[in-house]
Design a protein around this ligand. Structure first.
Ligand code: UDP
Length: 237
């Protein structure tokens, strides 16, 4: 039994605590929801516990399908035990459809199918607004090695091969999402979270929004009823 100890990090939506085993942390999902680089913020009761359960569900699915990741077990309604990774300072954004910044940057119509899916690296740096970065720059700035970049690309592709059909089977379109990775005893593992705060999901037929864009755009009907409907349709509860 791993015992939770001191707070190591208080992020936008999660807090990380040490445990009595250096290889493991406790991740606590908070009720905060933020957007536009924290310019918009709210507390949504129950979102932390929802995200904890949803993340556990997705990470367990990925593990069952052979994509190892940092998730270990749920500890409580809003906390999970995770492996202690040394995070790479990059995000990998996977896109199956054009939305958000992709449409703005490349002048592509929202909803256009992206086939093959695109994989895009961003530097994790809020002060710089997470600029897009490529392999050459990552290598030159010593932010990742060739082997690490290859592992990140391979895992991201496998994640998409699993998750895109999983949501498709539940009559949803997995539009785009963000993945993060870290090192655990020298190996690259998927880390951070996969929740409805870090992806875009639309109803297959109506294209209705079921993700954090509901909060970004102040859509009528709020956020949680839609998050619960995604959980219901994918078979989580
Ligand atoms: N995303 C995220 N965290 C980030 C950046 C992006 O979770 O720091 C997710 C975002 O929710 C969306 C996808 O990655 O599902 C692509 O985001 P995009 O680049 O279109 O940026 P946005 O439109 O959110 O500014």
């Amino acid at each position: 039994m791993k015992k939770k100890s001191e707070l190591l990090y208080h992020g936008k939506t999660k807090s990380l605590y040490a445990t009595d085993e250096p290889d493991y942390l406790v991740a606590k999902f908070n009720d905060d929801i933020t957007a536009f680089n924290q310019k918009k913020h709210a507390i949504i009761e129950g979102k932390g516990s929802f995200s904890n359960h949803f993340n556990a569900f997705i990470m367990q699915k990925l593990k069952e399908e052979g994509v190892d990741n940092h998730f270990q077990s749920k500890l409580s309604e809003n906390q999970s035990i995770i492996k202690h990774l040394k995070m790479l300072p990059i995000e990998c954004i996977v896109r199956n459809r054009a939305a958000g910044s992709f449409c703005k940057r490349f002048g592509i119509e929202k909803g256009q199918i992206l086939d093959p899916a695109t994989f895009e690296f961003c530097l994790k740096d809020d002060a710089l607004s997470d600029p897009m970065i490529n392999e050459s720059i990552l290598l030159t700035l010593n932010l990742a090695t060739k082997g690490q970049i290859a592992a990140v690309k391979k895992i991201s592709q496998r994640v998409n091969n699993i998750l895109e059909p999983l949501f498709d089977d539940s009559q949803f379109i997995l539009v785009d999402y963000k993945l993060e990775f870290g090192l655990f005893h020298g190996a690259i593992l998927l880390g951070d979270e996969f929740t409805l705060d870090t992806c875009r999901i639309w109803d297959h037929d109506t294209k209705e929004i079921f993700d954090k864009d509901r909060f970004r755009e102040d859509l009528e009907g709020g956020v949680m009823p839609f998050y619960h409907e995604v959980a219901r349709r994918v078979g989580l509860r």
